[in-house]
Design a protein. Sequence first.
Length: 337
Amino acid sequence: MREGFARFLEDDTASLTTGDAINAFVAETDFERVLDAVMGLSFLITAIFAAKRMTWTRQQGGAETTVVTAFYSLILVTSVLRAIWFLIPATVWSPSYTPVAVFAWDPEHPSWIGAALSEVVLTAGSLALFSIFILILVYWADILKKYFHPASRRSVPMRTFIFLVGLLVILELINICCFLVGLYTTEGMILFNSILLATVSMICVCEITIFSHRFRTVLKTLGAINQVSTDSQVKRIVWITVTGNLFFFTRAFLETILCVWLLLWWKDEHTVARAFTHKWWDTYVLIKFLSEVTILSLMLYILQSRFATNAAAAAGRPAGYVNVPNAEPKGGGGVNV
């Protein structure tokens, strides 16, 4: 299988060593310039929509404003970081569009600074993106704990969220430190991030599936008790479940392929200097970031349709009926997304 991949993806730089790969390469192809421009503009447009929605939400007030604003903020941060990474020319970050294996503090290759900064910006965007679903899962877990284990002590959802995201940030700081002390090259940083994100992706797939099933059960039960329809809320849960699982499964599959590819090169040649060809890297970038633009756009749509549904329900709710709340009373710490 590896030989088949190699024949398909191999380009004219296949015989280069680590030093040569930095000095003799095709810096950036026309396709890559177009890809960066399209992706950069896509993320920029997403950021503009997220900023507008966040501003509008903060003006509405209500028990859910803080949490929903947090969702829009994470979408905004993710989109801005991705737009920065794409719209800044690739050759500003590094002499080559494809990653190169360079050690920190290498006087012969000062480009290590840009390569490291590029990976840091890329990783920060990934953490912001994953934080969106971590926040959803934290609040789902809190609400489900209230209904399935009412006697147990409940933690503050935002504290749990900050702890989990902080843990990921600490792992990434360890990765950066290992690079700076010379334990591995910039491509070692990429391998570390791929393993981490693939692991987190699979955990998210499992948690989203489990929580979604329980949450739909709770919503249907509450709807029957209150004699109101919870179809719109159930549909939002299904949308989040399907889109989230598709995204994280794709991400886990992609990152796993990247990990296996790098490890195979290391096993055979004790270096990954030739692992990233233009064809290989372009395919990886296209699939990875196209899926991100899609999931961010869908999240914006789901959040917007949620407010439209709430507004319509508030305007036309029959007298004598109590709508199933999207948010718990202040201090309850739960929200239905």
